[in-house]
Design a binder for this molecule. Structure first.
Ligand SMILES: N[C@@H](CCC(=O)N[C@@H](CS)C(=O)NCC(=O)O)C(=O)O
Ligand SMILES: N[C@@H](CCC(=O)N[C@@H](CS)C(=O)NCC(=O)O)C(=O)O
Ligand code: FES
Lengths: 104, 104
């Protein structure tokens, strides 16, 4: 679909993408983790898009199997949510994923 | 108001009360902290009450100044949200608050 193409284009063209909701603390946590790493992800606030928000969430669920926020992509790859991203960071794997994505 | 009285009665009559939303991870985190401490709080899921949910949230905001979830009370006292409760636990103060509340 048109929306699916636009999501695929967004995650292919931006090294780090976070689909978020402005009032969700888990979304805020993952955004601040990236800020701490001096990374500026492309952040898409699903609750600020009107009817397109829930439509985008359905597309994300079709593409990734994940209907929850935050939904994180690095280098075009689906990473998961907040706990997944924090786990990668704790293992020291997040920064190399980000630099690989930036090198593309 | 009638709703304000019912909230005051609920927090006076139950040692630990958590106003929550079923799909919110911060609400889940605070519920699992209590579970870990073998405490069974009274949990009120604001998103399962229909129109009363947002009304209750307004009352909680009037009573506590806090419009967010989770909203935690122990022994009739307003504790705050997830971060506040976790902080008290880290300082070793949460368990004594809970036993005091249970002793009442
Ligand atoms: N472990 C996941 C949890 C994600 C999660 O449950 N997100 C909630 C908001 S904090 C959500 O999108 N809930 C909507 C739903 O469950 O339908 C993560 O770390 O991102
Ligand atoms: N630090 C607070 C954060 C609470 C918070 O921001 N809760 C969010 C959901 S995770 C909320 O209720 N958002 C609604 C709003 O901001 O209007 C806590 O630990 O409880
Ligand atoms: S909505 Fe509460 S942590 Fe996401």
């Amino acid at each position: 679909s048109r929306l699916e193409d636009s999501v695929n284009k967004t995650i292919a063209e931006n090294p780090v993408v976070v689909y978020s909701k402005t009032w969700c603390s888990y979304s805020s946590e993952v955004k601040s983790l990236f800020k701490k790493l001096a990374v500026e992800p492309l952040v898409i606030e699903l609750d600020e898009l009107g009817p397109q928000g829930p439509q985008l969430q359905k597309v994300l669920e079709r593409l990734t199997g994940q209907h929850t926020v935050p939904n994180v992509f690095i280098g075009g790859k689906h990473i998961g949510g907040c706990t997944d991203t924090v786990k990668l960071h704790r293992k020291g794997e997040l920064e190399s994923l980000i630099s690989e994505a930036n090198a593309k």
